[in-house]
Design a binder for this molecule. Sequence first.
Ligand code: HEC
Ligand code: HEC
Length: 305
Amino acid sequence: MKSCDLTGNVLGKLSRLSGMVLAQETGMMWLLTSILGMAVLLGCSGESPSVKNEEPQELRVGSDAIEFTPPSPETIPGSRLGEQIRLGYEIVVNTQEYAKSYVGNRLNCTNCHLDAGLNPNAASFVGLASVYPEYRARNARMNTLADRVNECFERSLNGRALPPDSSKLQAVVAYITWLSHGVPQGATLPWRGLQRIGSPRPPDPVNGKALFANKCAFCHGSDGQGTMAAPPVWGPQSYNIAAGMARVTVAAAFIKSNMPRGWGWSLSDSDAYDVAAYVNSQPRPDFPGKANDWPKGGKPADAPY
Ligand code: HEC
Ligand code: HEC
């Protein structure tokens, strides 16, 4: 079985398990786009699987000792833990509804952690429970998986952290922990994070603007504020300036492998950088806590503050 079949399979089953919240919530156009996109992205369409789409994924999946093998939904226990895992999944795909009071924009986790965290090219959740707790320079301390989830709530979702004893936070952690089943503690995950690319020259936001109009505006809107087909990429409903995605190297990596949705790996590295630089030069929410970031140094060169 190709890894793409596995990912598609698990996701399909999960969606059925959850009663297709995805379909109900996001509108027909989005659904069509994403089904079409998924099929192409995963190289699973009978018609014309693009070889280009598969190559980098193959490189990252199944290399070394650890394989990208998310568990089958049948392994979700029928206990209270099983309920938590399912709730965690719902929160990830429909954060707007299931964690409403902690979200300050129009994004859901799965808008960036594509396919509910099961896409190995989009900062996948698979295996993460086995690498936390982990020291991070941004706050210069050890971070639990729950801490890291909360950072995305505060920054990527421009919202606020869930209390440590929150059942919703525990549900997200339970979901990710379930997705990490069988991965040994401390393992190096070949698919972890977004696969960084280099820019052969300094990014050119003018070319980025033209690229956005030609290749992105159709779904994200010419004003970047999102449409029925895709979430906002700038403006008050987008990620804030302290989010990982607000860094040009991170956005370029995400865009390169995943955008336009369904046509990942179609942009050149420099085009991915140009459009990332354009998107991230647009206005977005501030983050007051930014003053406390990187207290002991190590701030990346592309941090926008
Ligand atoms: C065919 C429609 C489509 C096109 C074209 C498209 N996107 Fe997206 N984009 C999406 C969808 C849908 C999502 C959310 C994915 C999900 O939830 O599965 C998304 C997510 C994103 C995200 C992360 C979530 C957010 O809103 O911040 C960024 C950044 C992004 N796209 C940038 C781009 C850029 C840059 C381009 C042009 C190179 C582009 N997209 C082209 C549909 C599209
Ligand atoms: C705007 C895009 C975006 C949204 C929305 C978002 N994240 Fe993230 N998240 C990121 C990026 C970017 C990273 C860092 C990836 C990297 O460094 O390669 C990240 C990292 C993480 C990590 C750590 C990954 C690792 O490898 O250690 C976790 C866990 C996480 N996010 C959970 C969530 C959860 C749960 C939600 C919803 C509550 C969420 N994120 C929403 C963009 C987003």
